[in-house]
Design a binder for this molecule. Sequence first.
Ligand code: UD1
Ligand code: CA
Length: 463
Amino acid sequence: MIKTVILAAGEGTRMKSEKSKVLHKILNKTILSYIIDAVNFGDDSEIIIVAGKNYYDLKNMYPEMIIKKQEIGKNIPYGTGYATSLCIDEIKGGDTVLVLNGDIPLIKKESISEFLRKHKENDDDGSVLSVKIKDPSGYGRIVRKNNEFVKIIEEKDADENQRKIDEINSGIYAFKGKELKDSLKKLNSKNKSKELYLTDCIGILNSEGKKVNAFENKNYKEFFGINNKYELSFANEIMRERVNEKYMIEGVIIENPSITTIQPGVKIGNDTEISGCVSILGNTTIGKNCIIKGSCRIENSQIGDNVIIDNSIIEESKIENGVDIGPFSHLRPNAMLKENVHIGNFVEVKNSTVGEKTKAGHLAYIGDSDIGKNVNIGCGVIFVNYDGTFKHRSIVKDNAFIGSNSNIVAPVTIENEGYIAAGSTITENVAKGELSIERSKQINKPGYVEKKKIRDEKLKEEK
Ligand code: UD1
Ligand code: CA
């Protein structure tokens, strides 16, 4: 059985954050989730995560996994070796144990599988995945003697010559269960960091005549470890490029990939065109031939074909084919727009269904309402849904006309072809085909301005 240990308990001090390092996000997904995706080997495998201050978060996020808690504090050992040792009881002698740092989100499943295959083919007791990089500073170095792998030396403990080694430890290891358990017991903290290093297990096995290997992977970009927020942003860029490339190869047009963020897992149809500063996040599906332009955030939403979205925010909403949204619209949770709806400038829609071909072109709030087909919602219309204590719904049926600057005070129903005069505050139901005007009658006073001028002049003279 393959037992995968993911080390995620580190203090992450270099991140300078309240939040655990592995829960920081890349393209809106946690660092840790990328690692879990890459080591999902199916039935004959099990994942064990070593957690620290993120223990309860991880337990909630991954209830099906084994989560070990590493206590951190004075007089308690620390280090990757100590963290791994907390999993000893879960590991059997005959298991193959894959150990990974929790901070290397760019790794690909194929690379891990290839590494495990080499480890098994060589019948190694312990293997390390290594890479050669231009600037190896910060990483543990792969020490070889006559080309044979001997040990890993941490940068802090390395001498001048060892620091020049450009082959580094990626933080991915494979062990025979028994050898890992035995060597972990022999670790000590006689090093600059006074930590128990997992990396020392390799040196221990080698010194006992066991078989160890470092297998180099040429795709160094995959093994980039994140220790601070600059590196987080760097990894984000690499992942963005990788993910966007995949969408483009699959038929999506992305005009400027460097400012387009698509969370892995989002589905986008062919010939959909994305330009501008667009983020498409969460569980989102977008159909074919859509245009998404300007500055947009689309999150957890289902969007049909031929939809146009311009400079707008869409959250937890459902949008059917041919809908046109924006610029500057906000669809909040549970907005359901049927085919060919038009939602225009500065319109907010929340928890409402809007029927086919209905139009709300400018400056409106549509909240907690059910609106039929072909309804015209004028400029400045407000669905007044809150009485200070409770929210209520309003219903507007097909072909109704809501004049500009009207208030629809819920709960109220406007029947088919109901016609609301501009500026009305509607608190009573409106029957089919009725005109409803709720405003005071206009009075025009001829000659008023001239009279006012004369009066004002007189007042000035008197002062
Ligand atoms: C580690 C390796 C180094 C390697 C590098 C690759 C050691 C001693 N060094 O260094 O050789 O080149 O990764 O990126 O392993 N963690 C725990 N508990 C702890 C300490 C750490 O769970 O007590 C976890 C961290 O959350 C992290 C991982 O282990 O996910 C690695 O720890 P980190 O401190 O980042 O190690 P590096 O200094 O990067
Ligand atoms: Ca690290």
